[in-house]
Design a binder for this molecule. Structure first.
Ligand code: SF4
Ligand SMILES: [Zn+2]
Ligand SMILES: [Zn+2]
Length: 350
């Protein structure tokens, strides 16, 4: 085993010592010299399995502490689709919080009614919950809105499916989390997703939405506060963590995801990161520095009960009721007043 070397890794507290290749091999862990399982380009560190798992877990622990101060008695709902990010978020939160008496973890999955995709991911989500003894609750578009994504596809008009699906998913998650008495709703948004969301909102000129991107700093009446435990964990790190831990993960892609605007931004962010490692952190850091000013300029609207469903709404019908009405009326090509022109992919934004 090589000599232990301390190295600075972005997002960690490790003391800064310039990375140096381990003797005789570029693929030896920069911290302990054992065989590395990955190379973290933005820090220049090679990490073995143990150091990589610890690195990710420490990042999540610190980020959760930064985002929220957990009360002694609390319920945390985790949105679990069965994909790698939501599974990793659930399992790390469970690891971190299971020692805390008085903290209850519940998992929520939304069934949008997408055949060939959601049923198998639901099973994966359920397997993970069962493995760690976490309650699993499912809520469906069918029971909530009397429609499914598959059945409403002819009514989407010129809009991308995620335009509808994203709004309805958030609505379902908030309602179910609140019903279960959750103080917080954790999503699996990772570093890549967050950098994409920031750029997408800038490119669309949607500054108001940019100001509202999670994680939420305060609870608002009727809205369960959202946190993002994986905000500093990259896509690749999340995948590798799930793989090394042997978690069951659903790898299929939603059949409607191809039209999502997010896809272009995914490529763009990856290209920027490739050319200049660390760019995703720079995007987040810039956003975090601008965020207080954006929030002061665009304070959250006062919320009242939706006239259709009673859920929180900035006035009249909530976004979900407006969209459901359009889908049922067959006027899907006029998606206005939702604050969103395009779909954003399988990601809960705010
Ligand atoms: S990719 Fe779009 S349509 Fe598919 S589940 Fe996600 S938000 Fe819904
Ligand atoms: Zn190591
Ligand atoms: Zn409503």
């Amino acid at each position: 085993m090589g000599k232990t070397r301390k190295i600075k890794i972005a997002g960690s507290d490790d003391p800064a010592v310039p990375p140096a290749p381990a003797a005789g091999s570029r693929s030896a862990c920069s911290l302990c010299g054992r065989p590395a399982v990955t190379f973290i380009r933005y820090s220049g560190a090679h990490l073995c399995e143990d150091h990589f798992l610890g690195f990710v877990r420490r990042k999540v622990t610190r980020e959760v502490r930064r985002q929220v101060r957990l009360p002694d008695q609390s319920t945390i709902a985790v949105a679990v689709s069965g994909g790698k990010d939501s599974v990793v978020a659930l399992r790390i939160l469970h690891d971190i919080l299971s020692a805390r008496r008085g903290t209850r973890l519940v998992a929520l999955t939304v069934d949008e009614g997408i055949s060939g995709y959601r049923p198998s991911s639901l099973r994966v989500a359920a397997r993970n919950c069962k493995a760690i003894g976490v309650e699993h609750h499912i809520i469906s578009f069918c029971e909530m809105f009397g429609l499914t994504m598959d059945r409403s596809r002819k009514r989407w008009g010129d809009s991308t499916p995620c335009t509808y699906c994203g709004v309805l998913r958030r609505h379902c998650l908030n309602k179910l989390a609140r019903k279960l008495g959750a103080d917080l709703l954790a999503t699996g948004l990772n570093l890549d997703d967050t950098a994409q969301s920031i750029l997408m909102n800038i490119c669309r000129g949607d500054v108001e939405r940019l100001a509202r991107l999670g994680p939420h700093e305060k609870a608002r009446e009727g809205l369960v506060r959202r946190i993002q435990p994986l905000r500093l964990v990259s896509d690749k790190e999340s995948f590798l963590y799930a793989t090394l831990k042997g978690y069951p993960v659903h790898h299929s892609v939603c059949p409607y995801a191809g039209a999502a605007m997010r896809n272009r931004f995914r490529d763009m962010v990856l290209e920027l990161e490739r050319a200049s490692p660390g760019t995703r952190f720079c995007i987040l850091n810039s956003y975090d520095a601008l965020r207080p000013g954006l929030q002061a300029r665009y304070p959250p609207a006062d919320l009242a009960g939706c006239s259709g469903c009673g859920e929180p709404s900035a006035g009249g019908l909530c976004e979900a009721c407006k969209l459901v009405k359009r889908l049922k009326d067959g006027t899907g090509d006029r998606v206005q007043g939702t604050g969103r022109k395009r779909g954003t992919g399988d990601r809960v934004q705010d």
